[in-house]
Every structure is written in structure tokens, then in C-alpha cells.
Design a protein. Structure first.
Length: 255
């Protein structure tokens, strides 16, 4: 039995309109209802579908997260969405530093850190993403890259803030490629992340932090991945877009 409750979140990326989300979530909500109390669940739709999603999922066991958040409070930041705006419509989580944002929008660890801090100080739970590229892994740099990202993205968080933060380890080479890290490869990095947290915050805090795995998680590999000692859930892209597949993924994860 795991010490930490599993947390599985679907990252829809740029998929599903608000009306598509509505139909999908009505289905998903009833399908996943039996898992209430057995694990934590969330979906992270695009900004335009967030309000519909919080309305449909209100009172259910599925939380709603955004895929990004502004590091600023308000003002002249065209295109940005603030924590206050998200909280106002019932959003609970915010993904920050996803590799697609790091890659296509040049988000640095320092910038990701400021978004994580903004989420925390506003009352949102950040899901902070880290992960190495294929090139970095093949060059034997995985540990160094992960260490730098953990230290940079989580810099200055208090014990209390760290306890509220979710980390998602997503090797970039496994995202959307169908290539999953083997459970052993994933566990090795998760153990490193927990060791870094132990060094910075002590064991009592580190043992409570939820570290999700992400990258081609599907119904047929979720059980083996989730049974690893330091893997506490999943951030799921492609496989969270179909009700049946996501249901099977969750059902297998808690077996
Ligand atoms: P994937 O995406 O499950 O489609 O690989 C995961 C993610 O990017 O969060």
C-alpha cells in the first residue's frame, strides 16, 4: 500500500472546445465516480473550457486545472490569465513549466519558479513539470538536468508550499511519442527527485510530496508505473482524451 494517495491528471493540451468538454465530462464524471476517495483526479482543459469544466465537475471527485498561469497578478499582460481569474471560476490546479511551454515559449526554470510561487501564494496547487530531452539522456546528463530543474523551478518554496506542490517528471522523449520510460528508468529519476527534496526539506516533507510520472502513460502501462515506490500518479496527455481509455488507465493504476 502506498504511503501517498495517487494523483492522476489529464492534460488535454490544445484539444476539446468548451462544448466538447461538456459532453465528455458528463460521461467521465459518472464513469469515474466509483473511484471517489481512492485517488485524486483532475482534468486540465484549455482556458476556454475551464469554466464549463468546473461547472460540470462541481461536487464530483474530479478537480480542474489550467495548463498554465501568469506569473503576474494583473495589468498590461496581453494574452495572460491570472491566478485570481482561475480561482474565481473554481480552478484548483495549474500546470507550470510543461516541456511544451519550455520548448515553444522559452520558459526558464526561474520563470517557472515565479509561476509556481504565484500559484501557491494565490491558493492554487501548481503541478511543476520537469524532464530531460533525449539528447540529454543519451549524453548521460539526466541527473544533472533534473537536479538543475528541481533546484531552479522550486527555489525558495517554504516547507508548507513544498507540501502543497505537485511535481511531474516527464521525460521529453516520452511525451506523445508512444515511448514510455521503463518503470525502472522512471523510478530512478523519481528517487533522485525525492532525494533532492529530502536534502532541501528533510524526510518528513519529502516523503509527502506527490511526484507524478508523465509521458505516454496508457491503460496498459499505468499499473506497472504506479506500483513503483516513488511514482505517485500520472500526468496524462493523449490517453486522457477518451473516456474509456482514461477510465481503464485509472482503474489499472489503483489495482
Ligand atoms: P502524453 O503527454 O501522455 O501524450 O505523452 C503527457 C504530457 O505531456 O503531459
Amino acid at each position: 500500500m502506498k504511503k501517498r494517495m495517487l494523483f492522476i491528471a489529464g492534460n488535454w493540451k490544445m484539444n476539446k472546445t468548451s462544448s466538447e468538454a461538456e459532453k465528455f465530462l458528463v460521461d467521465l464524471k459518472s464513469k469515474l465516480a466509483p473511484f471517489c476517495g481512492k485517488l485524486n483526479l483532475a482534468v486540465c482543459p484549455a482556458f476556454t473550457a475551464l469554466e464549463t469544466s468546473t461547472r460540470i465537475l462541481h461536487g464530483s471527485n474530479i478537480g480542474v486545472g489550467s495548463q498554465d498561469i501568469s506569473a503576474k497578478d494583473s495589468g498590461a499582460f496581453t494574452g495572460e490569465v491570472s491566478a485570481k481569474m482561475l480561482l474565481d471560476i473554481g480552478v484548483r490546479y495549474a500546470i507550470v513549466g510543461h516541456s511544451e511551454r519550455r520548448q515553444y515559449h522559452a520558459e526558464s526554470d526561474a520563470y517557472v519558479n515565479s509561476k509556481a510561487k504565484k500559484a501557491l501564494s494565490s491558493g492554487l496547487i501548481p503541478i511543476v513539470c520537469i524532464g530531460e530531452t533525449l539528447q540529454e539522456r543519451e549524453a548521460g546528463k539526466t541527473s544533472n538536468v533534473i537536479t538543475t530543474q528541481v533546484k531552479g523551478s522550486l527555489a525558495g518554496l517554504t516547507d508548507d508550499e513544498m507540501l502543497k506542490t505537485v511535481i511531474a517528471y516527464e521525460p521529453v522523449w516520452a511525451i506523445g511519442t508512444g515511448k514510455t520510460a521503463t518503470p525502472a528508468q522512471a523510478q530512478e529519476v523519481h528517487a533522485l527527485i525525492r532525494k533532492l527534496l529530502t536534502e532541501a526539506y528533510g524526510e518528513a516533507v519529502a516523503e509527502k510530496v506527490i511526484i507524478q510520472y508523465g509521458g505516454s502513460v496508457k491503460a496498459d502501462n499505468s499499473q506497472e508505473l504506479m506500483s513503483q515506490k516513488d511514482i505517485d500518479g500520472a500526468l496524462v496527455g493523449g490517453a486522457s482524451l477518451e473516456v474509456e481509455g482514461f477510465y481503464n488507465l485509472v482503474a489499472n493504476a489503483i489495482k
